[in-house]
Design a binder for this molecule. Structure first.
Ligand SMILES: [Fe+2]
Length: 216
């Protein structure tokens, strides 16, 4: 394994591919399609060629440095992409509640919602970067989050403390269930990613518990 990585690194440093070869490689690559109605992201696996011909660092000799086997990258990416958009949606919903909350439980819930929001952003970042580690771009655009988080519409305006407890526990529980399914799925594909999702799963269970105690 070490010799393999060393060979890949040497190849990376030594390779100076001719421009024509680089162009045919780009043509052979087919980036994943964007969501319906969306423009393709700029950070696809096949970046556009540099217009001045001087800033093209694309070198396939670096590809063997991606740590996950080629056939496992898509299932890992799909599960992580789905989780990232759900976490970004939970982040926005938590802030929406944090701001518009009213009622006797204002103070503890206001603070807990902020802690939760911080955790969703933290794990969205960790899991998004895992997508990049396995050699794919991640899509965190607001339109993609709105179209794919699949958590239903969220009410606007003031929210009572009771309403927030019900709304947020339902949504966090829905995401926690999906994450458990992905942990199970990824345990057969990539254990490192699966383990990372386990940490998120613990965090989501903790959030549900901290809201549940107000209702029991
Ligand atoms: Fe605040």
């Amino acid at each position: 394994m070490k010799a393999y990585l060393l060979a890949a690194t040497v190849a990376l440093l030594a390779a100076t591919a001719p421009q024509a070869q680089a162009q045919s490689r780009r043509a052979a690559q087919t980036p994943p399609p964007p969501p319906a109605g969306m423009a393709a992201p700029m950070n696809t696996p096949a970046p556009p060629p540099a217009t001045n011909g001087q800033l093209d660092y694309r070198n396939p000799a670096a590809d063997p440095l991606i740590p996950v086997e080629a056939d496992k990258r898509k299932p890992v990416t799909d599960d992580l992409q789905a989780t990232v958009v759900e976490l970004l949606e939970l982040y926005h919903e938590s802030k929406q509640c944090h701001w518009n909350l009213r009622g006797p439980l204002y103070l503890p819930l206001h603070e807990q919602l902020q802690d939760n929001a911080d955790a969703y952003l933290k794990y969205a970042d960790i899991l998004a970067e895992r997508v990049l580690q396995v050699g794919n771009p991640v899509d965190g655009r607001t339109a993609v989050v709105a179209a794919t988080a699949n958590l239903g519409e969220f009410p606007g305006g003031y929210l009572s403390d009771k309403q927030v407890l019900i709304l947020m526990t339902e949504r966090i529980t829905a995401v926690a269930r999906r994450v458990r399914q992905r942990i199970d799925h990824l345990s057969k594909v990539d254990e490192v990613t699966s383990n990372q999702l386990q940490e998120l799963s613990y965090e989501l269970d903790k959030h549900v518990w901290k809201f549940r105690v107000h209702m029991q």
